[in-house]
Design a protein around this ligand. Sequence first.
Ligand code: DGL
Length: 250
Amino acid sequence: MKIAFFDSGIGGLSVLNDAYKALPNESYIYFADTDNVPYGIKSNDDIRELVFDAVNFLAQFQLKALVLACNTATSVVIKQLREQFDFPIIGMEPAVKPATANTTKKVLVCATERTLQEGKLDFLINNLNASERVEKCSLQDLVLYAENFDFHSPDILVYLNEIFGKIDWDNFDSIVLGCTHFIFFKPLFEEILPSHISILDGNLGTVNRLSSLIAPNLSNDQKSPTKFYQSKREVPYIYFDHYIRYLNEI
Ligand code: DGL
């Protein structure tokens, strides 16, 4: 049995790469909906239809679990997926809880436009009584830069400086990366943000949840190489390998 990872594109590779380390004997499938990325500017109905289509495709494999390695898809559709499919489905949660836990300063949650508009994020923030301390910021354009394997060009610097230049960082002490594509820009964030700002993401939380869910069912089989799909077309691992190598360098 395999563990499937789904994302609109390459962002979920950052979660898959953490799963490789935590659960090295498992076999994986990675599905990037390359034909339809970015999701963050789409309507809920469109996202729901695309994710259901992909998960129906993935369900033909014997799945031990599905990881929705996409904050946007998690925000819009995880509840309905869990009602429809009987394998465990693990989603992403922006790391607002750890970010707000040990500080009274503000937290900047960066995500796609859709994630920021969805009630799931507000629910999380309100549950933590943190609505006064959390500000939201769309970094939607980073998704397509990441799809083009561009993590450091002058255009990106202009884009980020324009957005971050308006923020009074003295009032903040962390940013939360609420989109899996943004993980690839961590070195750039570290370079341009003031040194007192911590950068948090939800990847480890998701992988820990996956590990505990499949703990009774760990693989003893011969591990098979990861199968990669771009919108239902199987592709060789070299389509994604440079991203994994990049993640291991940063
Ligand atoms: N990687 C995704 C996320 O975590 C989606 C980005 C997009 O397709 O807009 O939200």
